[in-house]
Structure formats: C-alpha cells, structure tokens
Write a protein that binds this ligand. Structure first.
Ligand code: PLP
Length: 442
C-alpha cells in the first residue's frame, strides 16, 4: 500500500479531464489510489467514505471479490470475441439473468459500453421501430428540461442541461422538451415524492397537439433525474406520462442509468413506480462500475417487429465492437451474483426511512433551501452565493473531501447516492461529517 501513497504524477498536463475544473484540479490534485467496500484511499494516505458510489455506479461497494475474481478468470480464458455475427456464452447468460430481474414485459437486451451509448441505442431503436411498423413519419423525440441523458449528440439533444448543449450547434432536429418538475416554492423539504406537479405531465399533451402524434416516436425521461441535482417525479406524474404515451402510440423510454440496479429499493425504478416503459436504458450498476458496460431493455413487441425479411439479413444496423465484451459480461455476472447473495437490489428499501431521517436532520444548517430523497438517493440544495453560482457547493465538496467524505455536486446542489452496502453507522458518519462541512463557512 505504502508505495502507492504520494503517487502524484509530476506532470498532469496531458490528460484533459472530463467534467472537471482542470486548472483547479491540477493545482490541488485529488487522487484515489485504492478502494475497499465503502471507502477510498487517497494518494496522501487518507480514507474517504464514499457517499456517491463513485459516480452512482459502485452499488455493491468497492473491490468486491466475486466481481474481481470473475474478471480475472475471464481475462485468462476468453479475452475478446467479435460482437457481430459471432458470440460467446456469457453474453446470452447475462441477457437472461437481466431479463429475470427486469420489469415484466422487458424481454430483450442490447449491449452498449456506457450510459450515453445506451441512450443513443434506445433512441435509434425507437426511431427504427416506428419505421418498421410502417409509421415512418414518427421521427420526433421528446425529452425534458434539466434531463441528463449522457453526452452524445442524441443524448444532449433530448437532454435539457444548457451547459451541456450550448456549445454544440443545432444538435438533432425535431426534438422538443417538456418542462422539468422541480418546484421549490411548492415542494421544498418534501420527504419522498413531492405532492405537487403531476399536472405537468399534461404538457406532453400540449406538445402532442402542437406537432401531432403521428410525428412523435418517443418520450425519454429519467424516472428520477440525477445528474441535474436529484429532481423527483411528483406523485402520479410518471403514471400520467405513461397514459399519454399509450394513448398516442408514443414509446416511453426510462433512462435508468442511475436508478437501475437497486438504487430505489427495487431492481429498477419502473418497478418502484409501477410504471411500464417500452424501453429502459442502463449502465453504471450493471457491472458495479468496474468495467464499462450498458444494457438497453426492450419489450418483445419492439424486438419482434424487427424479426422480418430474409433470415440471412441483419435486422438492426447498430452495435459496438465491445457490445457484450466477455470481460464486461463476466463482471456483470459477478455483480448480479453479489447483488443477489447480499440482497442489495432491495436493500435501499430497508434503509430508506433511516436515510430520510438522517438526511433531513440537516435542515437547520446554513444556506440549505431544500432537502429531498427517495430510496438511497439524497439531495441538499444550497442557496447560491450571489453572482457566483456553483461556488458554494463546490467549496462544500472540497471541504468534505478534506474531511474524508466523498459527495457530488451539481450547480449548488449536493447529491448523495452511497453504495447499497452502507450501514446505519456509516449513514450517521456521513451526515455527521456533512453537517460539519455545512456549518463551517461554505
Ligand atoms: C440518466 C443518465 N443517463 C445517461 C448517463 C450517461 O452515462 P455515461 O456517463 O456512462 O455515458 C448518465 C450518467 O450519469 C445518467 O445519469
């Protein structure tokens, strides 16, 4: 361990880091050199409690033996198999295992390498599905303000985060957005799902009236919007979206890249909300974040619509070199085994009320203007410093890191999503540390 300490590279120029304040980081680097279960070890030898499951992905905690061993074994047995016109057994085994835990009706899986690719794949499946069904005029895609669907062109087009969109031209055409559901004046400090705002789903009706249903292929939403600061669906909102989509023959895509694999206390958010989408996108928790991999779930109706024409013909012209990569599949199987053995896909439901109480105990801290929660997700919204948006939360992030706690911030919102193995004692520790941060001059 000790030779990993003080391992700060002496030249950090070459790596242009993603979604990072590069100049600030390189002046004061924050490097992790080891991890185990709920903790990271920093390059200067400190232990950091993981309040964010890495980036919402390490749901089973760090360096779990089944996953590590599965990868080790697979790497020595079959390292790579071509993904097109050839296969390997674990890709099929994994798809079946995934279908077993997926919401009823999800019967087929396409593999990707990230959440962003899952989103692109889902949008393309939706457009192509409408076309193979003889409804080629359905080309529009509807997203939502403040939605995050990764960073590729389809995802930022249906996404609704200005900073992620404004630099990149006109994006996909034929996209419209529903309003977001975040309403501090009515819903601040709600415990669980907010009471007000289900009627915002009827904005979809307005959009359908504007463009006509015959031009709309799909609606995509995160059941719980994570990256934009944990925006919860008001009670009844997702059900209403489903009704409107069904009425107009529009596909409903749930982007479950963060909510998939137990975050809310059910395997998928669709089960938590009891709403059946037509397509579900996932990544992150699929392999516990260890190997890049995503999966897109579709219904039999969607899949079967493509199974036409001569049998020697490719049915869907899409896929990646690494779709269903053997090592990624092995990692995912090891992850699913770990989730199953430790009951992790439902553990958030056991911890949710303890988590909620602990989180809301921060209500009296300075600058806190909202606290919200669902499953093992929490958010604390801070009042921005006048004229310096994001600075207060970023400073809380830096202070928390110094005190041995990893939090995530977006805008002036602190988002929390610990590994699902967290204990009650560690929940207490997390919020004690966070209180200490919030109480001291941020
Ligand atoms: C809802 C959602 N969709 C898509 C993505 C993109 O995933 P990735 O970073 O793996 O491309 C994310 C990432 O946070 C996400 O939260």
């Amino acid at each position: 361990m000790s030779d990993r300490m003080n391992a700060t590279p002496n030249d950090m120029r070459a790596f242009w880091m993603p979604f990072t304040a590069n100049r600030q980081f390189k002046k004061e680097p924050r490097l992790f050199v080891a991890s185990q279960d709920m903790h990271y070890t920093t390059h200067d030898g400190r232990t950091v409690l993981d309040g964010t499951a890495g980036l919402w992905c390490v749901n089973a905690g760090h360096c779990r033996p089944k996953i590590t061993e599965a990868i080790r074994q697979q790497a020595g047995e079959l390292d790579y198999a071509p993904a097109f016109q050839l296969g390997h057994p674990k890709a099929f085994e994994l798809a079946n295992r995934l279908i077993d835990i997926a919401p009823e009706g999800m019967e087929h899986v396409l593999y990707t390498n990230s959440g962003s690719e899952s989103v692109e794949t889902a949008l393309k499946v939706a457009l192509a599905y409408q076309r193979v069904k003889g409804q080629g005029s359905r080309t529009r895609l509807i997203g939502r303000e403040r939605g995050y669907h990764g960073v590729n062109f389809g995802g930022i087009s249906v996404g609704g985060i200005v900073a992620n969109r404004k630099m990149f031209g006109t994006l996909l055409t034929g996209v419209d957005h529903m309003p977001h559901t975040h309403n501090l004046s009515k819903n601040a400090f709600s415990r669980g799902l907010p009471e007000h705002g289900a009627d915002l789903a009827s904005e979809l009706e307005r959009i359908v009236t504007l463009h006509d249903a015959s031009t709309i292929a799909a609606v995509i939403v995160e059941p719980v919007a994570g990256s934009t600061g944990v925006l919860l669906p008001p009670k009844g909102y997702l059900q209403k979206l489903r009704e409107i989509c069904t009425k107009h023959g529009i596909l409903l895509i749930f982007d479950e890249v963060i909510t998939g694999f137990g975050r809310l206390g059910t395997p998928f958010a669709a089960q938590y909300f009891d709403v059946k989408p037509d397509i579900i996108t996932t990544a992150k928790g699929l392999t516990n974040g260890v190997i890049p991999m995503g999966a897109v779930f579709v219904t039999a109706e969607i899949h079967d619509a493509f199974m036409n024409g001569p049998e020697h013909m490719i049915e869907f012209f899409h896929g990646y070199t690494y779709s269903g990569n053997p090592i990624a599949c092995a990692a995912a199987l090891g992850t699913l085994d770990t989730y199953k053995e430790e009951g992790l896909l439902t553990r958030a439901s056991e911890l949710a009320s303890y988590w909620e109480d602990a989180l809301h105990s921060l209500k009296d801290c300075p600058h806190v203007i909202d606290i919200r929660n669902v499953g093992l997700i929490g958010a604390i919204e801070l009042e921005p410093i006048a004229g310096e948006p994001t600075k207060r939360a970023f400073s809380a992030f830096l202070k928390a890191y110094e005190k041995g706690l990893l939090i995530r911030t977006t805008g002036d919102i602190i988002a929390l999503s610990p590994p699902l193995i967290i204990t009650k004692a560690q929940i207490d520790e997390l919020f004690t540390k966070l209180r200490d941060v919030l109480m001291h001059n941020i």
